[in-house]
Design a protein around this ligand. Structure first.
Ligand code: NAD
Length: 354
């Protein structure tokens, strides 16, 4: 199969591409415009494979998007390209509306006209898989509540509102135009190649540098953590085996308070890093509480029963095994994150961006 992956140079997209090239016989075309979050070095492990190709395209550019559909002739589209950082969406929401809403609209329209051009056999095989977040459901206050596929949408931030809008567009294109779509909503991911602005890599790298470890508010916000490679396996399963028009929630069954995530990282680092920076006895000494994020959701938790029952997917990593692997990955891959930190990685800082 030929799979077109938008946002394939990002954190989750690159994990999906590595998964497909390393574990299947399929071909991949990455479509990514390389914003600050796009990093071709995250695709280095598969970059020389003849089944891998890259095309630098902004998904809001409908001419280029239509051209890549016509020239590549994909069997499946996996749409991950997005602006993804909540804090950035609060500071500047325009890019989120542009990429997440307009970009999804452009892709759906390109997919619709491409789909119309296919013969019946290829039509029957075609899928448009939209990758979204559990943040579209808003937050939970009871300790036992879980997000199911039927939970009403109640997004809190410009990021989650833009993702909710894109989900609605995808469902409408399925219902109105019979475009064969599948949709997934996933909890917080973590793991290798995660951009250092996000909580887990930020804490690991600040700790190694002896910098304060910022924790929003009282740190009691609960997130359900999923190891990114488990997510990549789930996404491939839904793209290839999911039922048309359906939504699947994906979660790790790993709910943790943010403060406990930070303390777990500190404990792992205390055990493996002999030379601690400054005069600290434990990395936990660096924990610093900072003013809470406006509109901060209290708790997210996913009920992933449907994907387990219908597609047989369960995560392989527990939070403990996944976070241990992640900390070791950052310790063993300094070059990757140092090149992100100094701006020399293959993203927009190279001046490649339009
Ligand atoms: P990311 O920010 O790491 O990567 C996004 C990628 O999209 C980057 O490579 C960027 O260059 C590209 N991109 C952005 N705007 C583009 C545009 N206009 N045209 C082409 N490419 C563009 O994001 P991520 O964490 O890998 O998330 C991927 C998807 O998964 C997003 O849709 C996000 O909403 C969703 N998601 C993320 C999480 C999470 O925990 N990170 C959880 C659930 C769902």
């Amino acid at each position: 199969m030929k799979i077109l992956v938008t946002g394939g140079a990002g954190f989750i997209g690159s994990a999906v591409v590595r998964h497909i090239i390393e574990n299947t016989a399929d071909e991949v075309m990455v479509v990514d415009c390389l914003t600050y979050a796009g990093n071709l070095e995250s695709l280095a492990p598969v970059a020389n494979d003849p089944r891998y190709a890259f095309s630098r395209i902004d998904i809001t550019d409908s001419k280029s998007v239509n051209e890549i559909f016509a020239s590549y002739q994909p069997d499946i589209v996996m749409h991950l390209a997005a602006e993804s950082h909540v804090d950035r969406s609060i500071d500047g929401p325009a890019a989120f509306i542009q990429t997440n809403v307009m970009g999804t609209f452009v892709l759906l329209e390109a997919a619709r006209s491409y789909y119309a051009s296919l013969n019946d056999e290829r039509k029957a095989a075609f899928r448009f898989h939209h990758i979204s977040t559990d943040e579209v459901y808003g937050d939970l206050h009871g300790t036992d509540d879980l997000f199911t596929e039927e939970t009403p949408y109640a997004p809190s931030s410009p990021y989650s509102a833009s993702k909710a809008a894109s989900d609605h567009l995808v469902r409408a294109w399925n219902r109105t135009y019979k475009l064969p779509t599948v949709l997934t909503n996933c909890s917080n991911n973590y793991g290798p190649y995660h951009f250092p602005e996000k909580l887990i890599p930020l804490i690991i790298l600040n700790a190694l540098a002896g910098k304060p470890l910022p924790v929003y508010g009282d740190g009691k916000q609960v997130r359900d953590w999923l190891y990114v490679e488990d997510h990549a396996r789930a996404l491939y399963k839904v793209a290839t085996e999911g039922k048309i028009g359906e939504t699947y929630n994906i979660g790790g069954h790993n709910e943790r308070k943010n403060i406990d995530v930070v303390k777990t990282i500190c404990n792992i680092l205390d055990e493996i890093v002999a030379d601690k920076p400054g005069n600290i006895a434990s990395f936990a000494d660096l924990i610093t509480y900072v003013t809470d994020r406006p509109g901060h959701d209290m708790r997210y938790a996913i009920d992933a029963t449907k994907i387990q029952k219908e597609l047989g997917w369960v995560p392989e990593e527990t939070f403990e095994s996944g976070i241990e692997k992640t900390v070791h990955w950052y310790l063993n891959n300094k070059e990757w994150w140092q090149r992100v930190q100094d701006g020399s990685y293959a993203g927009e800082r190279l001046g490649l961006n339009k």
